[in-house]
Design a protein around this ligand. Sequence first.
Ligand SMILES: C[S@@+](CC[C@H](N)C(=O)[O-])C[C@H]1O[C@@H](n2cnc3c(N)ncnc32)[C@H](O)[C@@H]1O
Length: 236
Amino acid sequence: MPTPSNPAPLRTFYGRRKGHALSTRQKNLLKNLLPVLAIELPGEEGSSLDPEILFGPDKSACWLEIGFGKGEHLAWQAERHPQVGFIGCEPYVNGVVGLLTRIEEQNLSNIRICHDEAQPLLAALPRHSLGRVFLLHPDPWQKRRHEDRRFVSQENLDRLAYVMVSGAELRIGTDSSQYVAWTREQMARRRDFRPMTELTAAGSDSDGLDDWPPTRYETKAERRGHTATRLIYKRT
Ligand SMILES: C[S@@+](CC[C@H](N)C(=O)[O-])C[C@H]1O[C@@H](n2cnc3c(N)ncnc32)[C@H](O)[C@@H]1O
């Protein structure tokens, strides 16, 4: 159990970092474009990452997507919200090249990439620096013995509560009813997040989900007959 003198570990990633072999174009994007957009986490304890330095002073807010997969949702948001600076965080290299491809094709200039797990990034961000956070289809870790691997945990919610501004949205999508129940349970223990909306993805536009396109994972899940649930919490 984490305590103030024994905090929760920052590195806990259990997923895959690599998938199928990369094409020449993807290798070139990793070699040439990723270094331009990659976020270097400050090495020294106590120093923090300044979103204003990452994006310049003209951005109205900084939003984060944790585990962006192939990046379709992040690129969609970045294209529609050019006044916002986006940080995408993803340890899976085949996902990162997916986002890099979109950045290049769509000529997006408001995305920076943390090619790593989210916890060290959250630890480096200053207090009240994020205006919105997306956690879309986090790995569900269905087995009981793997519950402590789920991203929605009290430790990660503490980290998010610290970096999110008051009134910021935390959007969580999942097609796992178990993960919905788990999230509700974890959130019920918090005073710093308030439930705003809970929707199923079916019939999106009319339900006010037109600012939330389905991710690749969600589309695949719906093809298998699963229904995605979208949960929105507000940082109090
Ligand atoms: C099931 S996939 C969903 C991908 C994408 N969000 C979508 O909906 O298509 C979960 C993703 O979260 C990433 N992930 C897992 N743990 C993470 C962590 N601690 N920080 C950031 N990303 C993480 C995985 O690498 C994977 O790409």
